[in-house]
Structure formats: C-alpha cells, structure tokens
Design a protein around this ligand. Structure first.
Ligand SMILES: [Fe+2]
Length: 393
C-alpha cells in the first residue's frame, strides 16, 4: 500500500535462483493481493516456508457479535478498568463493534504473544493508546510506542513482543485492503507535499539475521475461527524481501493536520481508508481563524455512516463524560453534535490539544455483549441541556 521497499539479499530477478553460501537454493515466498493482480511482496527463506502442520488442538470458534433489535441511541463505551482476560481469543481482544467491513476491538495484553499469529480475515490496523514494544514479523521488526498506528498485512506471520505489561490498543480488522486516501499521491505515486504525511514518516520493518525464538505454535484466524498449527522450525528465516506489502508504524505526532478558516469536516483529517471505512485522526492544531468562527463541530446528521471515535489524549471539548480510552458510537438515523454549552463555549478558542481516532463506517455497526458491559447508560440523555451534572460538568 506504500512505496515498494526491499531489504536483505535478493536475486537479480524474481523467480530466479538465490543461493546460500554453500550453494543451496533458497525458497521464494510470494505474498499477493487480489489473486495475482494487486500489490505483492516476495520474500526469500532459508527453508521451505509452507510446512506447518495442523495441531491436534480443535479449531476455536470466536463468539459472533450479538444480533438483536437495539434501540437507536448515541452510545459511549468506557474503557475497561483492568486488563482484558478474554478467552478463547489467545490475544486478549474484546470485539466492541462490527459490520461486514470492519471489526473494532480493544486489546489490553499483559504479556508478549507466546506464539506466532496470522490473520487471514483481513488487514489489521492498531492504534497504540498506551504501551510500547516490537511487532516481530517474517519481514522484520517494527518498533512501536504510544501514539503509533501499526499496520499488519493480512496473513503475515507475526507476534507482539511487549516492552511492558501496560498496553492498551484499539484494533481494527479490515476485511478489504487498507490503503491511503485517494488524492494523497501525485501521478507517479509519490505522496504529495500537501498530504498529511510523507514517505519518511512510515517506519518499515528492519530485517536482521534469521533467528530462532524456540516458538513453534502458530495460530491462524480465518472465517471467525482460530486454527492452530505446529511449525517444523523457526519461521523467522527470511534473508531478503522486495515488495509493497509489509508492516509499518506511523506516529500520530508525525501527522501534519490541515487548518481551516472555518471548521473543516472530518475527511480533511483522513489518514487511511478501506472499502466501507474511512479512518481519520484528530491531532493538536490551531483552530479556525475566521473572526466569527465556531470551532466546535456543529450538530449534524451523517445519514449514511455510523461514526465511531476513540478518544486518546487531551481535552475533548465537544464531549462531556468521555475520557482517554472512551469509545463513542453515533449511529445513522439520529443527529449528533456537541454537548450542551460546548458549541457556544468554543468561540474564541485558538488551539485544540486532543488526539482521537475516528471511523466513518458505511454499513451499520452491531455491538457485542462485551460492549454492553462497558456502556455508559447516561450518554444519550447527556445531550439534553437540562440533563444534570453529566452534561454540564
Ligand atoms: Fe460526527
């Protein structure tokens, strides 16, 4: 999805011999999208990369999102107060909202993955609200820290190695390929100077010498199940790769936000997109400079999207009662806007210090039982001007 990169040893042309020092031929491994029509990466392994055997462990079925008639309400999910220990998912994720395009989950892992994992159900985009560590993949390591987006291409073998057990991530599973918004590139594919980021802001994987971490368990998520395999040897034996499919990290602190004379709509802050999902990032910036500007977002009816915001840092001027780690869900069908007092109160403000991730989702989102357990039941009513301390505090 970004520019082509290469790392390590490569033969002169694809599908030709690359040999080890002893003359043995190394094994090519192509990761391809859209059959063979889309982006691809070619990696070169020391050993045959396709010898994983099914484990005796039965496939694990992940719980589906509950589907039942729901009241049409603006909703607020409060961040869990303690790390998630949700089973059977071995990575301690809790799905909150889901549609056919995207699954939105929270993860608060407390330990490094003691296995390798690949998600065959979609690309993964993490927003690291808290924590730091290393995403270890077959194409190399990507260091991450709080405030980073971390991208893992569909089906890439990887695991997370945590620096510390205090981690808090928003996890997006995109069922169709994640990419950069249209219009951010020039005719030759280079990022334009007015894009909110440049090529140098994307931190790709660093490939070092092949290594063996003595881990042989390998879980694959596919079609809502987890399937366990046993690897005959270390899968971290790639000596080189070349392509456009690779993991990366992008810090929200590197974003160069647009500033308007009057309030700019969320797509001005678009960061990524996938079919059915637009992902925007709100970062600290000067506010609107029209002499009569109302900087706060206006009430609006986005009649064909469900809007989700994950609040990460700063002072969220338009929302009362939300805090770092909160998730709001404003469904289509009813208008939403600022809390009482926030609209008028924003007049004259010069700067915002908030960091938040916003999703516009084309299909209605269904919430999980886990989401219900996190819900702040006062949220919808808090938009009424007379609704008491929750709406005015
Ligand atoms: Fe909105």
């Amino acid at each position: 999805m970004l520019e082509r990169r290469e790392s390590g040893r490569l033969p002169e042309a694809p599908h030709t011999q690359l040999t080890a020092e002893n003359g043995r031929v190394l094994y090519e491994h192509c990761l391809t999208r859209q059959g063979f029509e889309g982006p691809y990466t070619i990696a070169y392994h020391q050993e045959r990369p396709h010898e994983a055997q099914p484990s005796s462990h039965a496939p694990v079925e992940l719980p589906p999102a509950d589907r039942k008639p729901e009241r049409l309400l603006r909703r607020h999910y409060i961040t869990p107060s303690s790390p998630l220990t949700l089973e059977p998912f071995p990575r301690h994720r809790g799905r909150v909202l889901e549609n056919a395009d995207v699954a939105i989950s929270l993860a608060m892992p407390t330990r490094s993955d003691p296995f390798y994992f690949a998600n065959a159900d979609g690309d993964e985009l993490y927003y690291v609200h808290a924590g730091s560590g290393t995403l270890r993949t077959q194409l190399g390591d990507v260091r991450y820290r709080a405030g980073d987006y971390v991208y893992v291409p569909r089906s890439l073998l990887h695991r997370f190695v945590l620096d510390e057990p205090l981690q808090h991530w928003l996890v997006l599973e995109l069922r169709q390929p994640l990419g950069l918004p249209e219009g951010y590139r020039n005719r030759v594919g280079q990022l334009r100077m007015d894009a909110p980021y440049g090529h140098r802001d994307f931190r790709g994987p660093v490939l070092e010498a092949p290594r063996d971490e003595n881990l042989r368990d390998f879980w694959v998520k596919t079609d809502g199940t987890l399937q366990k395999f046993e690897l005959p040897r270390s899968p971290l034996d790639v000596v080189g790769w070349d392509g456009t499919l690779y993991p990366f990290a992008l810090s929200v602190d590197a974003l160069r936000p647009k500033v308007g004379k009057v309030h700019l709509p969320p797509p001005a802050h678009a960061t990524f997109e996938a079919p059915g999902v637009l992902i925007c990032t709100f970062v600290p910036r000067p506010l609107d400079f029209h002499e009569r500007a109302v900087p706060c977002p206006y009430p609006h009816s986005s009649v064909d999207v469900d809007e989700v915001i994950f609040y990460s840092r700063g002072n969220f001027t338009s929302r009362r009662g939300v805090g770092p780690g909160s998730i709001s869900h404003h469904p289509r069908g009813i208008p939403h806007g600022p809390h009482p007092g926030a609209y008028e109160g924003s007049i004259g403000a010069k700067q915002t210090d908030e960091v938040a991730v916003m999703l516009d989702c084309a299909l209605p989102l269904t919430r999980s039982a886990f989401a219900e357990s996190l819900e702040d039941p006062r949220y919808h009513g808090s938009f009424v001007a007379s609704a008491g301390s929750h709406s005015t505090g």
